[in-house]
Design a protein around this ligand. Structure first.
Ligand code: FRU
Length: 491
């Protein structure tokens, strides 16, 4: 099918948009977030093409409009001025070409000569290639065809697993990193180079795992931060290392140096990006004011999607500002969210008992910032989305010396892949200084994002419950809330 951008999108995108208009009402409010990007109807997975162009920020995403399940994948499109309020734009890409009929999989975007180019994975039956599309207005996209065929791959790579191009410019040259897998099963990250975005040459294998138990690296990303290069990737089947990488699919960052000309990435440090349950396929963009913003899919593969019964599935995390401190990645919620704080409530020096409820500290669309003095407690933290017996919990466990996110009491089982120990409890290690711990928590109807110690670690997880209660608790000793600030987030 030929695309016709000037007439308002291709045949496939027009069908998607008509379907959206006629079915918006079928999505009921159930579990719907209020300040996170979600599909208008149907299914959302990875963020794609995250960028600034034509005076606004663009967020594309993996989109199946016709039902709340993954299927024939389109690129949905949102724009925003502040990373908090999202404006729905016409669907950008539909799998209606002769080389992408199996799906327009994940990819990225770049601005060149005032035009916005999308590089995405075109899927046709068992073959994955990389394709280009262009827009002159940031709304309508014209497909320009396959730019990296399978024949460009090193012989050992599977042509059926070659996807998710992340494009960037260095020294007047374009580069792209894509994920792949060797026939023998090792995950790989591949570097390509181009002068014009159309003619691409393979440069090198940036990373190849030695373990055959690992799968493809999905959704790579690369950016400069604090004098270093940071590479992100979302490996399938990454092996659990203690409390790290416990989800069936993980997201990792690697701090190091990329010599793009030679095609070598020298890694200094590697770690998991988010220690929660629902975080995958992060992608970054640079803002004009120099910030690096990351957004990710706030879900996980191979789990049940309780929101499907409401006509939608999948959402994005809050966009997060990235920085490096002592060579480690720090994440903070995008500062613009603070413009939406309402009804501030503060407490200082509150003794935490076995169940401490505070007046006006409850809700499901809120931000909580607090410092806990861990005192002598064995466990200290809070219960939220709480009603009767049901709640989710975040607490510090002294014996384990870990922060735990636990949604096992939310009143619903999430079915999961057998490779995961469970889909309800995750833990992370953090630095405890002066016996205190800082937490910043965002709740949005069915999600929870925790930023620990100014973003040293984060934990993201969805919670499905109709409770709005909050109670602090301590067990086995005393503890104190040094200070608590609570805001409603109203958009
Ligand atoms: C990651 C992913 C990508 C792929 C896309 C398909 O979540 O599997 O590798 O391009 O989703 O929707």
């Amino acid at each position: 099918m030929k695309t016709n951008s000037s007439a308002g999108g291709s045949y496939g995108t027009r069908i998607a948009d008509l379907y959206i208009v006629h079915n918006l009402a079928a999505v009921n409010g159930g579990s719907r977030h209020t300040y996170h990007a979600m599909p208008p109807v149907g299914w959302m997975n990875d963020p794609n093409g995250f960028n600034e162009a034509f005076g606004k920020y663009h967020l594309f995403y993996q989109f199946y409009p016709f039902g709340p399940e993954w299927d024939s994948i389109h690129w949905g499109h949102y724009t925003t001025q502040d990373f908090v309020k999202w404006k729905l734009e016409p669907t950008a890409l539909a799998p209606d070409g002769e080389y992408d009929g199996g799906g327009c999989f994940s990819g990225s975007s770049i601005v060149k000569d005032g035009k916005l180019y999308l590089l995405y994975t075109s899927v046709l039956s068992e073959t994955q290639t990389q394709s280009l599309a262009v827009s002159e207005d940031g709304v309508h996209f014209e497909k320009l065809g396959v730019v990296i065929p399978g024949s460009a791959l090193p012989a050992e790579c599977l042509r059926s697993d070659f996807r998710d191009p992340k494009v960037f410019a260095r020294g007047g040259v374009y580069y792209l990193i894509a994920g792949s897998m060797a026939e023998s099963g090792e995950g790989m990250l591949l570097l390509f180079r181009s002068a014009d975005l159309k003619d691409w040459k393979f440069v090198s294998v940036l990373r190849k795992d030695s373990l055959t138990t690992r799968g493809i690296y999905e959704c790579p990303d690369l950016f400069e931060l604090g004098g270093h290069d940071v590479m992100l990737a979302s490996p399938q089947g990454y092996e659990t290392e203690g409390w790290r990488y416990e989800n069936v699919q993980s997201s990792i960052y690697m701090v190091g140096k990329l010599d793009a000309e030679k095609g070598v990435f020298e890694k200094l440090y590697e770690d998991e990006i988010d220690g929660g349950l629902d975080f995958y396929a992060p992608q970054t963009m640079k803002t004009r004011d120099g910030r690096t913003i990351m957004i990710a899919w706030m879900q996980m593969w191979h789990r049940t999607m309780p929101t499907a019964k409401h006509g939608w599935a999948g959402a994005m995390t809050l966009p997060r500002e990235l920085s490096l401190k002592d060579g480690k990645l720090y994440q903070r919620p995008v500062r613009e969210i603070e413009r939406y704080r309402w009804n501030p409530v503060s407490y200082t020096n509150v003794k935490i008992e076995s169940n401490t409820e505070l007046t006006k500290v409850n809700g499901t669309k809120i931000e909580l910032c607090f410092t806990l003095d861990l005192g002598t407690a064995e466990r200290v933290g809070l219960k939220f989305y709480r009603k009767g017996e049901h709640d989710a919990r975040i607490y510090y466990d002294r014996k384990a010396d870990m922060v735990i996110f636990d949604r096992s009491r939310m009143g619903m089982e999430i079915a999961h892949d057998q490779k995961e120990k469970d889909a309800s409890v995750r833990s992370v290690k953090v630095r405890i200084e002066n016996n205190c711990l800082d937490m910043r928590i965002f709740l949005d109807v069915s999600s929870c994002e925790l930023f620990l110690n100014g973003g040293e670690r984060t934990m993201t997880g969805n919670v499905y419950s109709d409770g709005d209660g909050i109670a602090f608790f301590s067990e086995g000793g005393s503890a104190k809330l040094v200070r608590l600030d609570k805001y409603d987030i109203v958009v």
